[in-house]
Write a protein that binds this ligand. Structure first.
Ligand SMILES: [Zn+2]
Ligand SMILES: [Zn+2]
Ligand SMILES: [Zn+2]
Length: 177
C-alpha cells in the first residue's frame, strides 16, 4: 500500500511541474509535506537505505516550510522543549538526506531545504530564492544544463556539481506588490 501511495505522490509532483516551484501561500502544506515524506520513504526503500527516526525527524523539520534552515536552526527545532539530540547526530542525518537527494544545500544561505520535487539526483536544479518571503523554489531545465555543459566543455573544464541560485521575488510576493 505504502508503495502505491508513494508512486501517486511522485506522479503528482511530476505533473505539478514548474507551476508549483512556489506553492501558493494557502496550499495544503500538510499534504505537500506528507507526500514528500512518502517519496522519501520510497526512495530509501528502492535504495535499500533506512529512513531512521532521526533522519525522518530532520526531514520533517525541513518539510515544515518551503524556507531553508541553517544547521543550528534544524537542531533547535528537533527538540523545541526537551533535550536536544547531539548536533553531530543531526548533521549525519542531514548528510544522509543530502546524499540521497532528499535535501538540498542552498550555498548562498548556508542553509538546507527539503526537496519536494521528484527529479533525478544528478539533475541540474536552479534554485530560485525569494528575497521577500524567503521561500526557495526549484526549476530544472534541460536546456540550461546542456548550455552549461557545453560552456564548460569548450573551456576544457570538467564540471562536478553545478550550483545555480537566483535571488529575486517569487510569483506570490510579486502578486502582492
Ligand atoms: Zn508545501
Ligand atoms: Zn530538488
Ligand atoms: Zn516570496
Amino acid at each position: 500500500m505504502a508503495r502505491a501511495k508513494s508512486t501517486d505522490a511522485a506522479k503528482r509532483a511530476q505533473r505539478a511541474g514548474p507551476a508549483l516551484a512556489f506553492p501558493a501561500p494557502d496550499h495544503d502544506h500538510a499534504r505537500c509535506s506528507s507526500d514528500a515524506m512518502a517519496v522519501a520513504e520510497a526512495v530509501c526503500q528502492t535504495r535499500g537505505q533506512r529512513l531512521t527516526a532521526i533522519r525522518r525527524k530532520v526531514l520533517a523539520v525541513l518539510l515544515g516550510s518551503h524556507k531553508p534552515l541553517g544547521a543550528y536552526e534544524i537542531v533547535d527545532r528537533l527538540a523545541p522543549k526537551g533535550p536536544r539530540p547531539a548536533p553531530i547526530t543531526a548533521y549525519r542525518a542531514l548528510e544522509f538526506l543530502r546524499e540521497n537527494g532528499l535535501v538540498h544545500r542552498i550555498e548562498s544561505r548556508n542553509a538546507f531545504i527539503a526537496c519536494v520535487h521528484t527529479h533525478a539526483a544528478g539533475d541540474l536544479v536552479v534554485f530560485l530564492i525569494c528575497e521577500n518571503c524567503g521561500a526557495v523554489g526549484e526549476a530544472s531545465s534541460d536546456a540550461v544544463a546542456t548550455t552549461l555543459a557545453n560552456a564548460a566543455r569548450s573551456a576544457g573544464f570538467a564540471p562536478k556539481s553545478p550550483v545555480i541560485e537566483i535571488t529575486g521575488v517569487c510569483v506570490h510576493c510579486r502578486g502582492r506588490e
